[in-house]
Design a protein around this ligand. Sequence first.
Ligand SMILES: NC(=O)c1ccc[n+]([C@@H]2O[C@H](COP(=O)([O-])OP(=O)(O)OC[C@H]3O[C@@H](n4cnc5c(N)ncnc54)[C@H](OP(=O)(O)O)[C@@H]3O)[C@@H](O)[C@H]2O)c1
Length: 355
Amino acid sequence: MASLAARATQVKMLRRMSCFSTSIASRVLSTRATSYTLNTGAKIPALGFGTFQDHDSQEDTVSLALQKGMRLIDTARVYDVEEQVGRGVKKSGIPRENIFIGTKLWCNDYHPDDVERAVDDSLRDLDTPYVDLLLMHYPCTFKRGPDRFPRDLDGRMVAGETTFLHTWKAMEKVTKTGKVKAIGVSNFSRGEINILINESSTVPAVHQMEVHPYLQQKGFNEWLQARGIHVVQFSPLGNMNDFYRQTGWSKEISHMMRVIDQPILKEIGQKYGKSPVQVVLAWGINSGRSVIPKSVVDWQIEENLAAHFELQPEDMAQIATLDAKARFNDPSLDYEWRLYGDLEGIDGTIRGKTH
Ligand SMILES: NC(=O)c1ccc[n+]([C@@H]2O[C@H](COP(=O)([O-])OP(=O)(O)OC[C@H]3O[C@@H](n4cnc5c(N)ncnc54)[C@H](OP(=O)(O)O)[C@@H]3O)[C@@H](O)[C@H]2O)c1
């Protein structure tokens, strides 16, 4: 097993070096500190670091990523890594005020009376007095209580009695305490975001959603941008995460060619002396979005950090042709909630069947 793993790493390294060997000078967008301004006036870095999975590695990788230059850390209550992230931040030695930390409320803590307590739990584990961003992880509400996935005797998820609008209003209140600097959402549809805009006094600062060359969501991205809602792309590398091949969420579609093997991306990468992964991340940044790739491998973290470069319009146009409207993250059936109802990439799942 060990030699297989070593061989895989060697192959990845060789692949990376072959991309670098045809290097031409690529224009750097600015620096690793490239950032956008949220509708709150705060800055959010373009390049960030995801922390879903690999609990045991997160303390060291978060610390390493920060030391190498990452300044945006994305986590969530349900990832069960907030303690590790908090320790990683401390270990890095980077001052807290120089780091943008975002976490997410989980669906069993959506009752308005639970929201501030849930934030306190996250702050305690993250060992920080505030988070820069608090997101609602999904629009669906689960039964309140300690069980994160409350199911009935038939195994079906039990819904909560309040809606995401009630949760949102409770999140608005928490911003007044200083424990949360900005609030936003994740995995919402256009209609669901419209409800927040029309029925509360806060426009979400961020929508964190699945965006990659296989699911570009051009119209929705423009719609969000027009409303001043900054997009953070999750799973920016598409189906690179094996999780999507293992879960039934994303049907057969997750078995399509991995981003790293995509010939168009390889060709573009060779022009700039960059890898396909770097091209994909640069595409997101060149489109005005933040990207939060996850990695626990040192050289991959470095590679991801070197993804700030300007892509020429013809290369952006080439990447646009890869839009297969392939959505990999769709737990609608399990969560008993038709997610993304008015968005692209749910064909074949309209009657609630995701797998
Ligand atoms: N809001 C939501 O509902 C939601 C959903 C999903 C994800 N997220 C957030 O988004 C983050 C990223 O999404 P993700 O983890 O699904 O997918 P991702 O970042 O697109 O892909 C992760 C996979 O790509 C590999 N990888 C990373 N950099 C690489 C490189 N330079 N070369 C080759 N392979 C590379 C990683 O390998 P190794 O693991 O071996 O390092 C891992 O297998 C998550 O960690 C989480 O913070 C949010």
